[in-house]
Design a protein around this ligand. Structure first.
Ligand code: ZN
Length: 287
């Protein structure tokens, strides 16, 4: 079943769990994420970042629709970190059922103006929008460019932002960073802030940079109202670490169908752990 970002997240919000948004960059990763979500009877969001879009192209989106339509679990296809109005129109045209406009590095009023413009266009064709307020940190060059420091989301600003833009879900900064944390950095989430924001805005809240955060912190965040957690680095590390082992084990290997199954198994183990942690296992039955 193919769902919009709103129809998939509203049920998570009403039932107090989080849906993993797994970033995928190739077809094998996509089918691995779909297979494990079906095995766990878990709703899933397929997230594709602009760098990933340029790698796989939007030609793959109709094939994802086909897979979603015959799936036993709810699936939304989400454009992650849209950078401009034009990019969001491209996403809608390509068949994404959910988009994120990220103008969070711009001043508040500019962020509101761009996000509202995207919301007006996307809602006209039934596509829901995720906005972002505050600055999620970046641990490496794959994160939000220029965002070294975390700027925590202010609850009162969040209320204004949601009212003025009409977003369907909101990514907030409560202490996570994109990418993997260096050994000397210990991420600590501001659960108090999350509680205040959720009490004030009520809509589904989104946590970016969810890889490598301690499990206990993430499950507490889910309990306090996070309904979507983006997972990119963790599944990619599992996939490619295993791929390096496989490739290193036999220099004659060349066929993708001989190389990819083991890395996909490793990706599925990591994804399954996130699905369980976020309380999403078995929740397909609610849809
Ligand atoms: Zn992100």
């Amino acid at each position: 079943m193919l769902y919009s970002g709103k129809s998939i997240l509203d049920i998570a919000n009403a039932n107090n769990f989080a849906i993993p948004a797994f970033n995928i960059s190739d077809w094998a990763m996509f089918t691995g994420v779909m297979d494990i979500s079906e095995e766990k009877a878990a709703p899933v969001i397929i997230a594709i970042h602009p760098d990933e879009v340029s790698h796989i192209t939007t030609d793959l989106i109709p094939a994802m629709h086909a897979r979603a339509h015959r799936s036993s679990v709810p699936v939304a296809i989400h454009w992650d970190h849209g950078g401009s109005f034009e990019e969001m129109i491209r996403a809608i045209e390509a068949g994404f059922t959910s988009v994120m406009i990220d103008a969070s590095l711009k001043p508040f009023d500019e962020n509101v103006a761009i996000t509202r413009k995207v919301v007006e266009a996307a809602h006209a064709v039934g596509v829901p929008v995720e906005g972002e307020l505050g600055t999620i940190g970046a641990n490496d060059s794959y994160g939000e460019a220029g965002a070294k420091e975390i700027i925590y989301t202010d609850p009162q600003d969040a209320v204004r932002f949601v009212e003025e833009t009409g977003v369907d879900s909101l990514a907030i900064a409560i202490g996570t960073s994109h990418g993997l944390y260096p050994a000397d950095k210990n991420p600590e989430l501001r659960h108090d802030l999350l509680e205040q924001i959720k009490a004030a805005v009520h809509i589904p809240l989104v946590l970016h940079g969810g890889s490598a955060n301690p499990d206990s912190e993430l499950s507490r965040a889910v309990g306090l109202g996070i309904n979507k957690i983006n997972i990119s680095s963790d599944i990619k590390v599992a996939y490619h670490d295993r791929m390096r082992e496989i490739m290193g084990s036999d220099s004659r290997l060349r066929e993708p169908n001989a190389i990819q199954p083991e890395p996909i198994k490793a990706l599925k183990v990591t994804a399954a752990q996130k699905i369980d942690l976020f309380g999403a296992a078995g929740k397909a039955g609610l849809y």
